[in-house]
Every structure is written in C-alpha cells, then in structure tokens.
Design a binder for this molecule. Sequence first.
Ligand code: SDX
Length: 432
Amino acid sequence: METSKVYTGENAKLLLQGKEYNLPIMIGSEKEVGLDITKLRADSGAITVDSGYGNTGSCLSAITFIDGERGILQYRGYPIDELAAKSNFVEVAYLLIFGHLPTKAELDDFNFKLTHHSLIHEDMKKFFEGFPPTAHPMGILSSMVNSLSAFYPEFDYKTDLEINIARLIAKLKTIAAFSYKKSIGQPYIYPQNHLSYSGDLLNMMFAVPSEEYKINKVVEEALDLLLILHADHEQNCSTSTVRMVGSSEANLFASISAGICALWGPLHGGANQEVLEMLEHIRADGGDYKKYMNMAKDKSSGFKLMGFGHRVYKNFDPRAKILKASADKVLGQLGKSDPLLDIAKNLEEIALKDDFFIERKLYPNVDFYSGIIYRAMGIPTNMFTVMFALGRLPGWIAQWKEMRETPGTRIYRPRQIYTGATKRAHAPIDKR
Ligand code: SDX
C-alpha cells in the first residue's frame, strides 16, 4: 500500500489550551487506524507521551501483521498456520526479506548462497577461545555478529546488501553451533553443504568426529517449524532496537547484534529459557502448580507465570497453539514423555478459567511451549534464546531493510517530558 494512500484526507481534532489542531487520520491495509502527530510539536509545542510505546506506531510496515484481539499473525499477507504447514524456513526468510514467495530458481539461488557462505573466518575461532566456558551463548552470539563487521567492512548498500544478508543468515547458525560446542568442550563440527538449514544446524550441534550423526527427520522438521514461527513479529522490543540502531545508518551486523542483546531479556526472547526453569522449579517443588498460579496472582510474590501474557495478543498467540500441538507430536514421535509438558498444560488449563488471567487477557505466548520442544530435541536450556534469535534473524533483516529503503526515514530520536531540577547555581564543595 502506497504511503500516500494511507491518509484518508480527514483529520482528528485536538483541542489543547484553547486551540484546535488537526491530526491527519491514517488507515492501513488491515483497517488499523492511526493519527499522524508528525507536526504536533511544531504546531502546538506539545508532545505525546506513551510509556512502553504501547499506543505508538514507529513506522509504516508491509512485512508482518498481528491482530492481537483475534489472535491473527500474517507474514506478507500469508497466515502463519499456512506457512507453518506448507513452507520451510529458508522460503519464509526469503518471503519476509524480499516480499514474495520465491520461485524455484530464486529459492535455489538463495539456498546456494546460504550454503556457500556458512563458514566463518578461521580467525573468528580465536574469539571463542577468549570466552569462559560458562559464557551465555547469547553474549557470544551478539559479540560474534558485531565482529562480522570487522571481516566484512565494506558495506555499499546498493552492491553489498544481498551478499551480506546471505552471509549473516548462513553464518549465524555456524556461530550458534560453535558457541554450543565451545560450552561443552567438544570440537567444532563444520557446515555440510548437502544438508538443509535446520539439518545442518542439528549436525553442527550434535555430531561428533568419532561417529556418524543421523539427523532425525522429526526433529529436523520441528526445528524448521520453530524457526518459521519465530521469524518476525512486527515492532517488538528487539526489532524496534534493530530499527533504532539502523536508523543512524550503523551497518547491518551492528544493528542485528543490538537486536540479539534486546532479545536476551527475560521479558522478551529470554522468556523461553525462563519458562523451562520455572517448570523445572515447580516440578522440583513437588509439582504443585496451583501454588505457583496463586503466586502469579499475588503481586507481592514477585513471581510471574513466564510464557504467559503479551503486549499485543489479548487472545491466544497463534504460534502457541501450533507449538502446543507440535510438542505433543514431537514427543509422541520420539517416544518421549515430559512431566514438564504435563505441568505446562495444567497451568494453562487453570489460567484459562481464572478471573485474574481472564480479566488481564493473559494467554500462553510463543515462549510457553517452545522450550518443551527444544528440550525434547536435546537442546540445552541456555541455547533456547539462541534458537529464537536464529528464527528472528530474517525478520530483523527485513525490518532493517524496509527502514533503510523507506523514503524520508529519519534517525530515531524520541522526546521526553523533563521532571528534574530546574536551573540552579553551582555551589563550591564546601558550601553543599
Ligand atoms: C515475546 O512483542 C512481541 O511481539 C514479543 C514476542 C515476539 O515474537 O517478538 O511475541 C516474543 O517476547 C513474548 C513474551 C515473552 N515474555 C514472557 O512470557 C514474560 C512474562 N510476560 C510478562 O512479563 C508480560 O506479559 C509481557 C512482558 C509479555 C507483556 O507486558 P506488558 O504488555 O507490559 O503487560 P503488563 O506487564 O503491563 O501486564 C498487564 C497486567 C499486569 O497486572 P496489573 O498491574 O494490571 O494488575 O498483567 C499482569 C501484570 O502484572 N501480567 C502477569 C503476567 N503478564 C502480565 N501476571 C502474571 N504473570 C504474567 N506472565
């Protein structure tokens, strides 16, 4: 939808200190309504304030659409459940970044690039040696991604963007796998060109030089599904960070490294690790999930039901629905059962009937079931958020590219309302 077509030609009226101001009305392709306040400060001297930006649009975007009330998620207009059932991760990455589902020739070319750029410079291995074995893989990931700008310093947007996008997607899985091997003291396993993106990640994480590693197709498909479901999600915390950093024209690697840091937080991508640790804690405490539900409702407990609630979804997160079904399927196909899944289902069942959660429209989000599946695959808890970052990378890239290519994009620089001390004279130290 052309930017000019977003404006209806009508204005909302703001009456402020006796004067009336026009705020142009915008309506998006999915009928969302917005008010353009671009000229508000110049016209009235006033700004708007919106803690946490819950009511503020930072941009126009054609990449992902979420309807939080109806639990809808679409990438470039395709419903998430259709993409989950009919596409693979590389195809979805292409869709998000380039705006259309690839033809066979386009997909073959993209796969070739992702396969043939998956090695990292051998000198980068020295960085891994500098980290203590206890280093969290997310700290390693953000450092390594930022260091790619040292190995690929030239960044002419017109000529180098596509190859650097391919390098980043190809190398992030190698960096992720190497950080895992480093943490368990095993030798690095190098990328294999004949494997799929998800298959190669599993091989690099779990193969050992002394024996052949057989990729379990169930696990490969489940990992690909998890990557698809995490691929983009509008202007969430980490994506807004990538846009913020990119708006200063910092390079792609630096912008994505910042996004990885934002994702690490326990309220955002770090929640999948927190959910598993919460479920393990409940199990270790005798499995009394009702006790923890009551704690979640008691603010003074400081306990939150991790994996529940969402700034946008006030209905089921469609990704959580898909992951709940996938958890049952993967555990069944692997012939595994997991008491933590039973605890998770019991928590969900109670929450969906409890007034505290119903009034606050708190439903399971993408992080509530994903960790159960990662665990069934043998992926350690401290790698869960790394898996989230691998999935979210195409979305971050697509949003960064859209921001850089939107005419008139300005450096992100919010305002504030100052509440500190008014002007006062300096006092010499013996007079303070
Ligand atoms: C992701 O933005 C995205 O799109 C993110 C994401 C993506 O794909 O990029 O979807 C991925 O980050 C999912 C969210 C993962 N985080 C968690 O699961 C952590 C637990 N959830 C909460 O911290 C919280 O729900 C947030 C951070 C997700 C949303 O926070 P908001 O929108 O600021 O909501 P809030 O904290 O103001 O909560 C509203 C009310 C409060 O109660 P009251 O003050 O109104 O009495 O709900 C309560 C909160 O105390 N509440 C919870 C709760 N989440 C909110 N109470 C108990 N347990 C919870 N999990």
